[in-house]
Design a binder for this molecule. Structure first.
Ligand SMILES: NC(=O)C1=CN([C@@H]2O[C@H](COP(=O)(O)OP(=O)(O)OC[C@H]3O[C@@H](n4cnc5c(N)ncnc54)[C@H](O)[C@@H]3O)[C@@H](O)[C@H]2O)C=CC1
Ligand SMILES: O=C([O-])CC(=O)C(=O)O
Length: 346
């Protein structure tokens, strides 16, 4: 039995992501939760002839608690998206309290071993926030919480393909690890490691333009949508990719993914990663970072810290820049929780 719950299921990402999860034959139950329209979206999806049983909830009548009953995986695309001219950090004001309240709900009503995937921005701050709430409620397991940065990897694969049309690259087969965080300069694609054979072919200008496009790919969509939101379809695809890797852990399948995680000593390789980030890149306070990881039945089984030393010179400079920004984002998320009393009773 695998049950997935999606918080923010009636939104741009939420609806497409719910559709993709409904199509997954490894899912037995899908619970939709939103402050608006979840029953409508649920009714619509419930006509699709796939295995997953649908349920949908609004906040009234203990909807949040019910959506979490026996839930194995919670995916959170709840909150507001950017408009042109905004940074992801500008979303903090509104999304922070939404994420805090949902995290408190998970801590109160969720299974102790639930997997939590956070999509809501700013990811660099919302993930530390969720961890702090779970720690406060004494239900935190660092192997089971991730921030979703998969869209950065998806974009890297695709943008590289688009830059080298003659090579006829199948971008669905590439794996460019994108490490650091999920905003601007904190996004560090490691093309030299992911696909050295193609990266070698690029001029310095092409490399710079490719890296910039990955770092600011979100802005391209925000600009093109002219105030109607940010990436939803590509994000649903990326979010489903990571969700499906978590779903597969219930069939004892192991996957390699990249995600934004706490570098907690309980994770194999995390201590080493923290040491390198501190000593080599000056990030002595960094305890969250996106890195490649192995997912298995207990969640994050291993973190690839070696990649931090394998990056080429330019990429190492980018890591150093990322670390500075990331430190501030992480502290901001943590402070938001430590400064505020919880509203649910533990
Ligand atoms: N991690 C990533 O790579 C990406 C993250 N995002 C982020 O995902 C978030 C959602 O984006 P969209 O789906 O485009 O926004 P949207 O506005 O279309 O949908 C958000 C949904 O969340 C719901 N919601 C608001 N408060 C809620 C609460 N307390 N509980 C449950 N649901 C609640 C809204 O009713 C709405 O249906 C944004 O913060 C956006 O920045 C977007 C793209 C990529
Ligand atoms: O740009 C945004 O605000 C949404 C996002 O995170 C992305 O598309 O990578």
């Amino acid at each position: 039995m695998v049950k997935v719950a999606i918080f923010g299921a009636a939104g741009g990402i939420g609806q497409s992501l719910s559709l993709l999860v409904k199509l997954d034959q490894n899912v037995d139950e899908l619970a939709l939760y939103d402050v608006v329209n979840a029953p409508g979206v649920g009714q619509d999806l419930s006509h699709i002839n796939t295995k997953a049983k649908l349920s949908s909830y609004l906040p009234e009548n203990d909807g949040l608690a019910k959506s979490l009953e026996n839930t194995d995986i919670v995916v959170i695309p709840a909150g507001v998206p950017r408009k042109p001219g905004m940074t992801r950090d500008d979303l903090f004001k509104i999304n922070a309290s939404i994420i805090r309240d949902l995290a408190e709900g998970i801590a109160t009503y969720g299974k102790k071993d639930v997997f939590i995937l956070v999509i809501s921005n700013p990811v660099n701050s919302t993930v530390p926030m969720v961890a702090e709430v779970l720690k406060k409620f004494k239900v935190y397991n660092p192997k089971r919480l991730v921030g979703v940065t998969t869209l950065d990897l998806v974009r890297s694969n695709e943008f590289l393909k688009q830059m080298l049309p003659e090579d006829k690259i199948d971008s669905s087969n590439l794996f460019v690890p994108v490490i650091g965080g999920h905003s601007g300069d904190t996004i560090v694609p490691l093309f030299s490691i992911g696909c050295p054979e193609y990266y070698k072919k690029l001029s310095t200008e092409q490399r710079e333009s490719l890296i910039h496009r990955v770092q600011y790919g979100g802005d391209e969509v925000v600009k093109a949508k002219k105030g109607m939101g940010s990436a939803t379809l590509s994000m649903a695809y990326a979010g489903y990719r990571l969700t499906s890797s978590f779903i597969k852990t219930f069939k004892n399948e192991v996957s390699k993914e990249v995600a934004f995680i706490e570098l907690n000593d309980q994770l194999k390789g995390a201590k080493e990663a923290k040491k390198i980030i501190s000593e080599k890149y000056g990030g002595s306070h960094i305890d969250y970072f996106a890195l490649p990881l192995i997912l298995g039945k207990d969640g994050i089984e291993e973190v690839d810290y070696k990649i931090l030393e394998q990056a080429d010179e330019k990429e190492q400079e980018m890591i150093e820049i990322a670390v500075k920004q990331l430190e501030k984002n992480i502290v901001k998320g943590k402070n938001f929780i430590s400064g505020i009393e919880t509203s649910f009773s533990a």
